[in-house]
Ligand binder design. Structure first.
Ligand code: ADP
Ligand code: ZN
Length: 356
């Protein structure tokens, strides 16, 4: 088992990483929560696979369990679904002393966390992330929120859970595309902070081997995120490092209407493209972009968008940045394991994306 303690100005909380920890969730929650009532927010897929097991064991422990179900997928991060969640919380009679458990991928975590942060001005919640992306990224750091029709994550909050319980065994049922989607963010951590992890990832040759090592990989990622978030909880400085590959990544996702590429796939292309450019500019050590390409290919991730006319995409990136300040922060690598924040003039963004 790995334990990480996140120490923030307002709050400390643990992240526990352990195979099979969901089988002792009753005991783990019982240690930190003395009331009876718990609202578990989850999606249909997770409920279908793990729901009964969890509900039975928590009920046997004496908790009064109520399940709030949402549809799988990004569409559930909406005002309509949030409103449905609030109504269910009211129907169940959840009060300020009760607990919400977010049991699912990033969608459930963001939605349930935001509901917890706002319902009755904030009630306690626990994260039990089930996708790789949620286990290494979205469940750590307190960012919660929903989308608006005009854009993603436009309504949100920084609101930390009481605890995060990560069970790597849950990944056994995660569909491959989502597994590799999460691996893009793992690769991101290696690129910005951890050359040893890069080498480790390179030495893993099969999905079986990946699963053998996944607990340690999750631990490395969460440790990096913890360290960065502790220094800069609200993303005014160092936390921006976590956006490596994301300026271009977000633009790609949006350009293709969130249909063609997953978040991780778009970030993968973004990491390679910006590094190829910064390498050509002499900012990044030669050979770094090839190393990124190699690891992306190994984990079934794309490194380019393919045969399309990219001028419209470039235009849309520039347009995307229109409302922002004149100076943009973009994340570049000195080499693998050493990311840094580079300030550029907004007009120069085109130069950095010319390899798309
Ligand atoms: P994210 O990739 O941000 O975590 P989602 O919350 O949408 O996004 O999760 C991705 C998809 O994988 C959803 O369809 C979800 O129901 C499914 N899923 C998440 N965790 C598991 C799991 N452990 N086993 C099977 N399916 C899962
Ligand atoms: Zn991301």
């Amino acid at each position: 088992m790995y334990k990480i303690k996140v120490n923030l100005a307002q709050k400390d909380y643990p992240i526990l990483i352990k195979r099979g920890i969901i089988n002792s969730l009753d005991f783990e929650i019982g240690r930190i929560y003395k009331n009876k009532k718990i609202a578990i927010i989850t999606d249909h897929n997770i409920k279908g696979i793990y729901g009964d097991r969890i509900i039975e064991s928590l009920s046997a422990y004496g908790f009064q369990i109520h399940t709030i179900l949402v549809n799988p997928g990004e569409g559930s991060k909406s005002i309509q679904v949030l409103s449905h969640v609030y109504n269910q919380l009211l129907d169940i009679g959840i009060n300020r002393k009760d607990l919400i458990v977010a049991f699912g991928g990033g969608v459930v975590g963001d939605l349930a966390g935001f509901a917890a942060s706002t319902f009755l001005r904030g009630i306690r919640y626990i994260q039990v992330p089930t996708s790789l992306l949620a286990q290494i990224d979205s469940s750590v750091g307190g960012k919660v929120g929903i989308n608006l029709p005009r854009g993603k994550n436009l309504v949100g909050n920084f609101y930390h859970p009481e605890s995060v319980f990560i069970d790597p065994d849950l990944l056994n049922t995660l569909p491959n595309r989502y597994l590799y989607d999460g691996m893009a963010e793992v690769i991101k951590y290696a690129c910005i902070r951890d050359k040893t992890m890069y080498e480790k990832l390179l030495s893993i040759e099969s999905k079986e081997k990946l699963y053998e090592n996944i607990e340690e990989i999750i631990y490395s990622c969460c440790s990096i995120k913890k360290e960065i978030v502790e220094k800069d909880e609200r993303e005014s400085g160092e936390r921006m490092l976590l956006n490596f590959g994301h300026t271009i990544g977000h633009a790609i996702e949006k350009f293709f209407n969130y249909e063609t590429f997953t978040h991780g796939e778009a970030v993968a292309i973004g990491m390679y493209c910006i590094t190829r450019q910064s390498e050509e500019m002499g900012i990044t050590k030669k050979g770094t972009s090839s190393l990124i390409k190699r690891i992306l290919v190994q984990y079934n991730l794309p490194f380019e968008i393919g045969e399309i006319d990219n001028s419209r995409l470039l235009e849309s990136i520039a347009l995307d940045k229109k409302g922002e300040e004149d100076i943009l922060n973009i994340v570049l690598l000195k080499e693998i394991g050493a990311g840094f924040i580079n300030k550029i003039n907004k007009e120069d963004i085109g130069e950095f994306v010319s390899h798309l």
